[in-house]
Design a protein around this ligand. Structure first.
Ligand SMILES: Nc1nc2c(c(=O)[nH]1)N[C@H]1C(S)=C(S)[C@@H](COP(=O)(O)OP(=O)(O)OC[C@H]3O[C@@H](n4cnc5c(=O)[nH]c(N)nc54)[C@H](O)[C@@H]3O)O[C@H]1N2
Ligand SMILES: Nc1nc2c(c(=O)[nH]1)N[C@H]1C(S)=C(S)[C@@H](COP(=O)(O)OP(=O)(O)OC[C@H]3O[C@@H](n4cnc5c(=O)[nH]c(N)nc54)[C@H](O)[C@@H]3O)O[C@H]1N2
Ligand code: SF4
Ligand SMILES: [Mo]
Length: 807
């Protein structure tokens, strides 16, 4: 292990006071950020060079602490924090000596390498604060923790008494979801101890595909462990960019496969980093038209006899008239649809070409290649399912995998949701400790603004579960480690307007490390510790197979406290302190949760806390380690292992969806033009489709303010040279991107990496409204729509039309 802290590494910035001062005063990137309140209140009194002096004085030996972050970042890496005299001076990552063939490399990405700047940023919140201006203005004053926790406890009680427990809401917060312990979950526990709260469901990340994949396979766990792809000759990455999204370390496996000769094809409107590093072929496609290409591919495969008839006969329903479920009239099968038996339209590549802008010959070639290569893996990312038609495209690919016999076969891939059966440790470890919620009604996360606005806007038809109506509006919001009240939510301007009205939501508590755009809507703003200042256990994404200790590295500075710590005080004030904490510190809770899972679920191979801490160097594999092929059991012995669908088979045609009779979620997944897609009449006013992607320099909006990461990739609008020329737009100039919902101003990058007709912004840039309310930060969510998907009622951030003009 290296222990030398060389002069030329990144810590130079920290130990050289001049550089540091220059960075604080002169960084234009930071100046652009709305730090109105934090400038004077949160940062001013402290001398930022304290850290610098501490670092300069040190002669003592360096300590290297193994840890990991708890962000929802796609991975979970082995981070080594180099600590001298209580200060992190450098970050390194998993050394060669620790590599393990059965595991991904888990080396820090560029964000991980920059964690130190996230933790030691002068603009980090330092003290609890209380709003003084109008809500949303961002004016705060410093208060004591005693005042903060008293105000919180009093309001929790008052609002409960006045409006009922269902008026209390926990906002989406993924900032601390990669760990088994989080403030948001402990808040749920406290709410449940004092009457309950309004829970939400639906993952904004993957909820649409999670909801629809079971209509094909009976379950959403359609993924295999990635090691099983080792000898796969062909991988099609469909709207999938693991080079940037990490995605359970997929890229680790893909790069190895690439070296061994696997061919990669990427279908994406953008020439993504994954396309540039992996792809033998890039197929650009207009967003929301994926199903048209899938339909045409299936047409080619079936009309040329390349489908796997034996597989179809044995394992599926709905392929043709012989394989239809009872009680469905003629011409509803897949073959009937593709041959145009009902609508007279044969779904040829020539039919799909003008819709998708993919040349017919390319569609034909891809269809033949996919069907002729055995096995082949068509793997979907989640960008396409975050569209209004996301349920259709997620299920569409499962039909392609099915008719080519790539399901349940080593080296194939079932498409759809794509995570393996690996238990989600983050949930299962935290789950049992939450107590029962007495409020049974649940809203979809997409309903939260409506539920603040007017309780009657939320109905069973648009997402309400377990109740016919809501009894009350949301009157109190806690957001602990999320930026979803504004920034990450679609149609920000509408959400902000609702939040500004203090007669609607009466009390908002927000904890973060930074004065984010959502923080400005807080009534009480709390400075949380970072993952380096507390204990946790990180769990990797669903294709991974390990948990990793997130060891506390440094002591918190200023008045920063973990959410759990202040929640304990609130619990005391509400008279439930002992039940809430059971006398445990945060670390003791984590020990308890891990040891409990170790005892109660021996089949998962979860270690004890001690093993994690000492014996096996902070990191442990759990089952299934490797070798899991989704649906292999069902395919090997269907009689004893039927699929969990009503028919017990793979459902190409879903009778359940047929009976639902909703044109937006048809029984056979197929192309339906999307609202605000390229066939919408709105294109006459807003001719460009805008998509967002998850870029390498932040996890959603987390680390947006990290100056090192701002240098990695600036926020800019990608536009094709053809579209730029039509608008007389010059490279690097500022442009205005607009639609009826909002406007954002951003520099432009003219590039062939985006296809004509489509523009793209990286997701997660901070919303930075100027005096006139016009965003100057290139934040896509001032433009996105809060429309929700047909069945899951899920978010559809990706589907929208805009126009771009010179600023
Ligand atoms: N670096 C980084 N990694 C992350 C995150 C991050 O913010 N930054 N966030 C994490 C989180 S929370 C999540 S949920 C995952 C998300 O992972 P994904 O949802 O898979 O990531 P996205 O970038 O949204 O989408 C993947 C690709 O889909 C493409 N795409 C968009 N629309 C369409 C379409 O209509 N058709 C096709 N074929 N392609 C389309 C985009 O151009 C993009 O390259 O990533 C995780 N990993
Ligand atoms: N246009 C568009 N919008 C999207 C998406 C998209 O692709 N396009 N993706 C969607 C998806 S998949 C997701 S998951 C959501 C994510 O939306 P959010 O859940 O809001 O995630 P972040 O934006 O990362 O915000 C997390 C916040 O937690 C803070 N934080 C980090 N660590 C800590 C900590 O230890 N304690 C506390 N208290 N705070 C901490 C960070 O500073 C950050 O402000 O966004 C969604 N929004
Ligand atoms: S941000 Fe995620 S992927 Fe990057 S180093 Fe941290 S844990 Fe790993
Ligand atoms: Mo996500």
């Amino acid at each position: 292990m290296k222990s030398q802290n060389s002069q030329n590494d990144e810590s130079v910035h920290l130990i050289e006071p001049l550089t540091r001062r220059r960075f604080i005063q002169g960084s234009s990137a930071l100046m652009a950020v709305p730090f109105i309140a934090s400038k004077s209140i949160a940062s001013a009194p402290e001398n930022p060079s304290i850290i610098a002096i501490k670092t300069l004085n040190n002669n003592s030996d360096e300590r290297v602490v193994s840890t990991c972050s708890s962000f929802d970042c796609g991975g979970k890496c082995d981070i080594r924090a180099h600590v001298k005299e209580g200060v992190v001076t450098r970050i390194s990552t998993r050394p060669d000596a620790d590599l393990d063939e059965e595991m991904p490399i888990m080396r820090a990405c560029v964000r991980g390498r920059s964690y130190r700047k996230f933790v030691y940023h002068p603009n980090r919140l330092k003290y609890p604060m209380k709003r003084v201006g109008k809500r949303g203005e961002g004016r705060f004053e410093r208060i004591s923790w005693e005042e903060a926790t008293t105000l919180i406890a009093d309001n929790m009680k008052r609002i409960n008494d006045q409006y009922g427990a269902a008026s209390r809401f926990v906002s989406l917060s993924t900032g601390v979801t990669g760990g088994i312990f989080s403030g948001a979950n402990m808040l749920r526990r406290l709410f449940n101890l004092t009457g309950g709260f309004l829970e939400n469901y639906h993952s904004v990340s993957n909820g649409n595909t999670m909801a629809v994949t079971p209509y094909t396979y009976g379950t959403s766990a359609s993924g295999s462990t990635l090691d099983t792809l080792e000898n796969t000759p062909l991988v099609i990455l469909w709207g999938h960019n693991p080079n940037e999204t990490i995605f359970g370390h997929s890229n680790h496996y893909f790069q190895k496969m690439k070296k061994n000769g696997t061919k990669f094809i990427v279908v994406d409107p953008r020439y993504s980093d994954t396309a540039s590093s992996l792809a033998d072929q890039w197929i650009p496609i207009l967003p929301t038209t994926d199903n048209a290409m899938m339909d045409a591919m299936m047409y080619v495969i079936i009309s040329e006899g390349l489908h796997d008839q034996a597989f179809i006969d044995n394992y599926t329903v709905g392929f043709d008239e012989h394989l239809m479920p009872e009680g469905v009239p003629e011409n509803e099968s897949l073959v009937a649809y593709l041959m145009g038996k009902k609508d007279g339209v044969v779904k040829t590549p020539e039919w799909a070409e003008p819709i998708t802008k993919v040349p017919a010959d390319t569609i034909r070639q891809l269809a033949r290649e996919y069907a002729n290569t055995k096995p082949a893996a068509l793997m979907q990312g989640w960008g396409p399912q975050r569209h209004i038609c996301g349920e259709r495209s997620a299920r569409g690919a499962t039909l392609l995998a099915t008719i080519t016999g790539n399901v349940g076969v080593k080296g194939g891939w079932a498409a759809g949701y794509g995570m393996a059966v690996t238990p989600d440790l983050r949930k299962t470890l935290a789950g049992p400790s939450l107590f029962e919620n007495k409020v049974k009604a649940k809203i979809n996360i997409t309903n939260w603004v409506q539920a603040c606005e007017d309780k009657n806007l939320v109905t069973p038809d648009n997402g309400l579960k377990n109740a016919k109506k809501l009894d009350t509006e949301i009157k109190m919001i806690f957001s602990l480690a999320g930026n979803y009240m504004t920034n990450q939510n679609p149609d920000i301007l509408h959400a902000a307007k609702v939040l500004e009205d203090e007669n609607k939501v009466e009390f908002i508590v927000y904890s973060d490390l930074y004065m984010t755009p959502s923080a400005k809507y807080a009534d009480i703003l709390l400075p949380e510790t970072s993952f380096m200042e507390r204990w946790n256990v990180g769990g990797t994404w669903g294709t991974g197979n390990y948990i990793i200790l997130s060891e506390k590295v440094i002591e918190p500075e200023f008045e920063r406290r973990s959410d759990y710590e202040w929640l304990r005080e609130v619990a005391d004030k509400l008279g439930v302190g002992e039940q809430f904490s059971e006398g445990r510190t945060e670390k003791e809770w984590i020990e308890h949760l891990v040891n409990d899972a170790h005892e109660k679920r021996p089949e998962d191979g979860i270690p004890t806390f001690d093993e994690l801490l000492v014996k096996r160097r902070h990191l442990l594999k759990h089952k299934p380690h490797t070798g899991h092929v989704a649906f292999e059991k069902n395919i090997n012995d269907l009689a004893n292992n039927p699929f969990e669908t009503p028919s017990g088979k793979i459902e190409i045609f879903s009778k359940r969806l047929y009976e639902r009779n909703d044109a937006d979620i048809p029984a056979l997944s197929h192309y339906v033009p999307a609202i605000e897609g390229p066939e919408d009449a709105l294109v006459t006013r807003y001719p460009l489709q805008l998509i967002t992607w998850k870029g390498r320099n932040r996890a959603n909006s987390t680390q947006f303010a990290n100056p090192w990461l701002q240098e990695v990739q600036r926020q800019e609008l990608w536009i094709n040279p053809i579209d730029a020329k039509r608008r007389n737009i010059e490279d690097d100039s500022r442009v205005k991107v607009s639609n009826d919902r909002g406007v954002t101003m951003v520099p432009v990058k003219i590039t062939q990496r985006i296809m004509p007709g489509v523009v793209a912004l990286q997701a997660g840039a901070w919303w930075q409204p100027d005096e006139k309310g016009i965003d100057q930060g290139g934040c896509a969510n001032v433009l996105t729509s809060a429309r929700s998907t047909a069945m899951a009622h899920g978010n559809a951030h990706q589907t929208l039309l805009v126009e771009v003009s010179k600023a």
